[in-house]
Design a binder for this molecule. Structure first.
Ligand SMILES: *Cc1c(COP(=O)(O)O)cnc(C)c1O
Length: 395
């Protein structure tokens, strides 16, 4: 028995739903790479990415996924043997640190909890201990897609200042750009990275790096620069130099449309929409959790991300039946637990091109699965989500 016919809803935290307008923008013949519409698309995308990162600095577009942007960011400002500090709070900052280690960078990890945001007091203390100023950069994610944590980037920058440390601040905004406020310049971020396939509603395959003045300065001395990632090479006057070769044309037409959709909505409105839908998900999960079969992975409510919710199963409970039921019987593919949460959690994404029926449909499907599988849960989760939205989205 199934009620899964119809369009399947991929509800994982990336890639996210690609709007038809973006898909349609990509459906066109290849164009000249030396002149014509593509050159304008490149210029306007670079400028609009800077608007979205909120920086006066430079932006770069890579034909690569987020892991590529990680390597691009590191190789443009660091040298072999440099030391960096990675702020743990889930999977992704650690992964970025692993990329750095393979480049020959010395990586210190400030261990974090999978259930909490980065501890800013610990950051300050760790940097105070670095009396010789060996740490060249601090790496952190704004939203960790594995744990579902939201890190307070301005507070981390403040902790660095309080320690009197001048390391570069490098932030992964892959699962947060376009979903929650991000203020690269105002928050003192030196390098920011993001990717196409999450809040920016574009198919996977493009990623972005933004570099502020201090990063451009470090770039001059950086020993890890390579032809492909190099910012200076990409600032060459010929259009193809912006991509170190053939531009990813169709991806760029898609990106142009994705950025148009975001800017037409307005960043503030997009942030508000993400907050509203995230709160609706949290209202449902709060009620369901009364059954004690699972709970929010992130313990402090204000540290829960507005783009993804990670739900941790109680000891000994496997999330797999719930995930399979939703996929096979309802046509909703939820996110699995990854990293330390493999086999222990599931994730509900609320990121990018999503609206109330998509989120309420997912919540309804999860509640249906809880009922069908006899998983103990507090009743009325979907109703709580509906009520919350009804109260907070006035006519
Ligand atoms: C998805 C994600 C990545 C990795 O991006 P890929 O495109 O899969 O390489 C890195 N960091 C965060 C926070 C992410 O959510």
């Amino acid at each position: 028995m199934t009620v899964a016919k119809g369009r399947e809803f991929l509800n994982i935290p990336g890639p996210t739903t690609v709007p038809d307008a973006v898909l349609n923008a990509m459906h066109r013949p290849a164009v000249d790479i030396y002149a014509g519409p593509l050159v304008e698309v490149t210029e306007s995308c670079l400028a609009d990415l800077a608007r979205i990162f909120r920086t006066e600095g430079n932006t770069y577009i890579y034909a690569a996924n987020g892991h590529g942007a990680w390597e691009a960011a590191l190789s443009n400002v660091l040298s072999r043997g440099d030391k960096i500090l990675v702020l743990g709070s889930g999977r992704f900052a650690i992964g970025w640190g692993e990329t750095a280690a393979m480049l020959g960078i010395e990586v210190d990890v400030l261990p974090g909890s999978w259930r909490h945001a980065v501890d800013t007091a610990a950051v300050e203390a760790r940097l105070r201990d670095d009396t010789e100023g060996r740490i060249k950069a601090v790496l952190v994610v704004q939203i960790d897609t594995a744990s579902g944590v939201f890190n307070d980037i301005p507070a981390i920058r403040q902790a660095m200042r309080a320690a009197g440390h001048d390391a570069l601040l490098m932030v992964d905004a892959i699962a947060s750009l376009g979903c929650v406020p991000f203020e690269m310049d105002a928050w003192g971020i030196d390098v920011a990275v993001s990717a196409a396939q999450k809040g920016l509603m574009t198919p996977p395959g493009l990623s972005f790096v933004a570099a502020g003045a201090r990063a451009k300065c470090a770039h001059e001395q950086a020993g890890l620069r390579t032809q492909y990632w190099d910012w200076t090479a990409r600032e060459g006057s010929l259009h193809y130099q912006k991509y170190c070769g053939t531009p990813p044309e169709h991806m760029l037409f898609g990106l142009r449309k994705g950025l148009d959709l975001l800017l037409e909505e307005g960043l503030e409105n997009a942030f508000r929409r993400h907050r509203l839908l995230a709160e609706a998900v949290r209202a449902a999960v709060t009620l369901w959790s009364e059954g004690a079969a699972f709970a929010f992975n992130i313990l402090e409510p204000q540290q829960r991300a507005d783009s993804v919710t990670t739900i941790l199963m109680a000891e000994g409970r496997d999330p797999k039946p719930l995930l399979s039921y939703c996929a096979q019987h309802c046509g909703v593919v939820l996110g699995i637990g990854i990293g330390e949460l493999t086999g222990k959690a599931f994730r509900i994404a609320h990121m990018g091109h999503i609206n109330a029926p998509m989120v309420l449909g997912v919540l309804g499907s999860v509640e249906m699965a809880l009922k069908a599988l006899d998983i103990p849960h507090g009743k009325g989760g979907v109703q709580a989500a509906v009520d919350w939205l009804g109260e907070h989205v006035p006519p």
